[in-house]
Design a binder for this molecule. Structure first.
Ligand code: C2E
Ligand code: CA
Ligand code: CA
Ligand code: CA
Length: 278
């Protein structure tokens, strides 16, 4: 029996050790990532479904570390959230996104809305609204060109979330619910939230052209949104058939690899220049 336990230990421990080691390594290096300029924002177009006209960009963080290589946000954002590092990182993201959007506007591109992902830790930080005010002032970006993406999970406790959402709304920034459909939010709450947009999670958009259940879900979200006056973005549109199905359902906005992968600022600027106004 002892021998068997020994074997189990041998099989199990290295994996656990590796996981812990990786986590600690990420946490350690992440502390320096802002300071060392290793973080970059990428931008992914959000378009009008009907004609693919660009109306917005979602900013998505990228981390290039000299030794660790490229670490995906799917891996380091949860660690940043657990450790609280998301607060300084999130502050950097907001500043960079607003600065970039203002710079694009000053260069004469057709104004677009820049979307920024806000994690729970940031949203419930008592200084969040206040620092957003000074950030907008500092960068000179008008609040109507900024959108904050907040997941359903963050808004689940409506009594705590509502006053913060109201404060943000009164600043004039746009609010959207990210990954809609993956959380628990009751549809009847939507009417009471000062939110202007839903982003339907990509899991519902995948194969929407062939999956009758997904089609039904998306169509009912669209019908409900129309009724209460919400905009809708379909996330993760990858195939022409999916786009066709979304057009048929009347989904107003779309985002996904079919239009563009997230790209660096210079490439995003090239995409913007196709709708340049002066
Ligand atoms: P998200 O906010 O739901 O962002 C959409 C994710 O889907 C992005 O992954 C994007 O690259 C990917 N995506 C876009 N179009 C397609 C498509 O057509 N097909 C597929 N399969 N994927 C698509 P990414 O950039 O790896 O980000 C993952 C998550 O990390 C984000 O999910 C968001 O939750 C978080 N994240 C990224 N940047 C930030 C940030 O600046 N702050 C915070 N708090 N979270 C961030
Ligand atoms: Ca998002
Ligand atoms: Ca999303
Ligand atoms: Ca997500």
């Amino acid at each position: 029996e002892a021998k068997q336990q020994g074997r189990q230990t041998q099989i199990y421990n290295p994996t656990l050790n590796e996981q812990l080691h990786r986590r600690m390594e990420i946490e350690l290096h992440l502390r320096k990532a802002v300071e060392f300029g290793q973080l970059k924002l990428y931008y992914q177009p959000i378009v009008v479904t009907e004609n693919a006209r660009l109306v917005g960009m979602e900013s998505l963080i990228r981390w290039f570390h000299p030794v660790l290589g490229t670490v995906s946000p799917g891996e380091f954002i949860p660690i940043a959230e657990e450790t609280g590092l998301i607060v300084p990182i999130g502050r950097w993201v907001l500043e960079e996104a607003c600065r970039q959007n203002k710079q694009w506007q000053d260069s004469g591109f057709t104004p677009i809305v820049i979307s920024v992902n806000i994690s729970s830790r940031q949203f419930y930080d008592p200084l969040f609204t206040e620092s957003l005010v000074s950030l907008l002032h500092r960068t000179g970006l008008a609040p109507q060109w900024l959108e904050l993406e907040i997941t359903e999970g963050v808004m689940m406790d409506i009594h705590t979330a509502l006053p913060i959402l109201m404060d943000l709304q009164s600043l004039g920034v746009n609010l959207s619910i990210d990954d809609f459909g993956t959380g628990y939010s009751s549809l009847k709450y939507l009417k009471e939230l000062p939110v202007g947009k839903l982003k339907i999670d990509q899991s519902f958009i995948k194969h929407i052209d062939t999956n009758a259940v997904h089609t039904a879900i998306v169509q009912s979200v669209l019908a409900m949104s129309k009724q209460i006056g919400l905009d809708v973005v379909a996330e993760g549109v990858e195939r022409l058939e999916e786009l066709a199905a979304l057009r048929q359902s009347g989904c107003p906005f779309a985002q996904g690899y079919l239009f563009s992968h997230p790209v660096a600022a210079d490439e995003a600027e090239r995409l913007l220049s196709e709708t340049r106004c002066k």
